[in-house]
Design a protein around this ligand. Structure first.
Ligand code: PLP
Length: 622
């Protein structure tokens, strides 16, 4: 089977030829002796892998007293002469190399190479190796690029020659730390080889003279050096390389790029993923500033300075729980309006903490019924707060936030909203409507990564909430105090990389044009999807006026969900099962780094699937 790995780029001496990487060592010792300096074997080997002139300088830097540039060049000159004299005697192709290369080629993998040798030296090595059956598809030396190892340019020349644009599809194999660094810097996966390597630094005879215990110790040291340099794989010899390639193939397939048509986690932008690559400390001032800026930016999306955003480690439910638990005293009754699974979850959270609560149940395929709610409010005078979900992600039904809030407020109730899947895509005027608090998370319409959630709440309500939480870790007041009094300091370890991604996601949100632009894109995504599927007779479960533009539930009819899921996954789309009890359904989210063209393509693929399976569907409307 063709491999997803497109090229393997080998080093030469110590990796594919010259067991123990012997040739350069004698040259360096002779070179430095010619200027009156004695160096050890270890000194000669330490910088191995670098371009030979850089290697000479690196040895010079190890000398107890500095030497002049002139002396360095003299040592190099003697080194080069010795090596060129000697090199052809050190071109033995290493064990398993020709067999492994043949097997790789059979999988369609190109064979590249880089080296620390100059092109003059390589002119002698290449034909000698070819005589023994080893000949890469591409060779380059450090004198043919701007800089040798650990710079990535030789590898990139290989990739350009092979026409490979993603360095993640290439693998660098070498026998020194410099090889591994070169591979890392190029963006490739890297493999360190132990036996016969310069890192191990032993000839076949020297290996044979060691006890098993001594050899084990030396091999462990070589492996540690590769690990420190960042190697992805460390192997004993070339016979293990095929297994490594198979493992890389497996990972490439497992992590193939796909579009997530779900309501979070989402397909995220490259910028958001890239933002995670920095390491920060929770208590570092710079990090705390980033944290504060994230909270302030979130507040500004739906509220004003009378509100504060409190970040919490954990998924959205953690924020819902913190909000419900902290912003009402335990005895105060909360009325939950439930028309889906997420409404039920809010109620479960309240029941789990044994607080005073009650609920009203509604049809899942319709918005919360205002009349029924009003009747309940009129009758039930001791309710202190009302809680509901804005966009019920279970069905995609959008609830009448303004009407519910105005009614609750006119009766003097506090209002808590789960705005998880609507925040940042729907206008929510918290101050205008006097909303007390809402909960949302980083991985929905803000298009960040999972792992952070938040509550936006009135500051005075937060300040009065000291000691009201039954839970220590979900104590919103405790978290608020840390984040605000200590200028952005999380109480406990924060998901630093996820927060950096959220910072980037907020920047991208502004870049796109804020809420109006994001809303417009989601609306068009939603419209394209519904229209596209309609053509194939697949229709939403809910009425148009009840649908959100975040996620939509479609009738599954006689389509088998697992088969549809597998078919779409193979084409790069991940869909979402339905949660309706009344009929078989599936759901499609249209938020994240996805666009109308993706929606059109998805509808087309679903149409093809339905046709190919001859699944009976309802006639499209004329
Ligand atoms: C996503 C979501 C949540 C939170 O779910 P988690 O799995 O905890 O992230 C809560 N409510 C709604 C409406 C949601 O869409």
């Amino acid at each position: 089977m063709a491999s997803k790995v497109k090229a393997v780029i080998f080093d030469w001496a110590g990796t594919t030829v010259d067991y123990g990487c012997v040739a350069p060592v004698k040259g360096f010792i002779d070179g430095f002796r010619s200027i009156g300096r004695d160096i050890t074997n270890e000194m000669a080997r330490k910088p191995m892998g670098l371009a030979k002139i850089d290697h000479t300088r690196a040895i010079a830097a190890m000398l107890p007293e500095p030497i002049s540039e002139e002396q360095i060049l003299k040592a190099y000159e003697v080194f080069e002469a010795t090596l060129l004299d000697d090199i052809e005697r050190h071109c033995d192709v290493k064990d398993y190399v020709t067999k492994t290369v043949a097997a790789l080629r059979k999988q369609g993998i190109r064979i590249g190479s880089t080296t620390g040798y100059t092109s003059k030296m390589m002119a002698k090595v290449i034909p000698k190796a070819a005589e023994q059956g080893y000949f890469p598809d591409y060779c380059i030396a450090p004198d043919q690029v701007a800089k040798g190892r650990p710079y990535p340019y030789m590898i990139w020349k290989n990739l350009m020659y092979f026409g490979i644009s993603d360095p993640g599809e290439a693998v660098k194999v070498g026998d020194t730390a410099a090889d591994i660094e070169e591979g890392k810097n190029a963006g490739c996966r890297t493999v360190g080889i132990i036996m016969g390597s310069s890192e191990l630094g032993l000839t076949r005879d020297e290996v044979a003279a060691l006890s098993a215990e001594e050899l084990k110790t030396k091999k462990a040291l070589a492996a540690a050096a590769y690990y420190k340099a960042g190697a992805d794989y460390i192997i004993d010899d070339m016979s293990e390389l095929s297994d490594v390639i198979a493992d890389i193939d497996r990972r490439l397939a497992q992590n193939a790029p796909r579009k997530l048509m779900t309501p979070g986690p989402l397909s995220t932008r490259a910028s958001v993923k890239r933002a995670m690559l920095a390491d920060h400390c929770t208590w570092d001032d710079e990090y705390k500033e980033i944290t504060t800026s994230v909270m302030n930016d979130i507040t500004q999306i739906s509220a004003d300075d009378n509100y504060a955003t409190v970040l919490l480690q954990g998924s959205g439910t953690y924020a819902v729980e913190a909000m419900i638990n902290c912003l009402c005293r335990k005895k105060e009754k909360i009325l939950f309006l439930v028309n889906g699974e997420y409404g039920k979850r809010m109620l479960t959270v309240a029941e789990a903490s044994r607080r005073n609560c009650e609920y009203l149940d509604f049809d899942m395929t319709r918005p919360i019924d205002i009349k029924k709610f009003e009747k309940k409010l009129k009758k039930d005078k001791d309710t202190a707060a009302v809680a509901f979900v804005h966009c019920e992600t279970t069905t995609g039904v959008i609830n009448p936030l303004e009407e519910i809030t105005k009614l609750a407020k006119s009766c003097g109730k506090k209002v808590f909203i789960d705005a998880m899947s609507s925040f940042a895509a729907y206008e929510i005027d918290m101050p205008g409507l006097d909303i007390d608090a809402l909960a949302a998370s980083s991985n929905k319409c803000l298009e960040g990564l999972p792992g952070l959630s938040f509550v936006i709440a009135k500051k005075d309500l937060l300040e009065k909430s000291r000691g009201q939480s039954y839970s220590h870790s979900l104590d919103l007041f405790g978290q608020y105090e840390g984040l605000y009094a200590a200028a952005g300091k999380f109480r406990f370890t924060s998901p630093t990389n996820v927060l950096l991604a959220l910072r980037q996601a907020l920047d991208d949100y502004k870049q796109e044009g804020g809420l109006p632009a994001r809303r417009a894109r989601y609306m068009e995504n939603h419209r394209t999807l519904v229209d596209g599927l309609e053509k194939h007779g697949i229709r939403p479960v809910t009425a148009p006026e009840h649908r959100s533009y975040i996620i939509t539930t479609f009738e599954l009819g006689s389509i088998d969900f697992p088969s549809l899921y597998a078919a779409l996954k193979s084409k790069g789309f991940i869909i979402y099962p339905g949660k309706l009890t009344s009929m078989p359904a599936f759901r499609l989210g249209n938020i994240g780094d996805v666009y109308p063209s993706d929606m059109a393509r998805l509808a087309e693929i679903i149409g093809e699937y339905v046709r190919a399976e001859s699944i009976p569907v309802s006639e499209p409307d004329s």
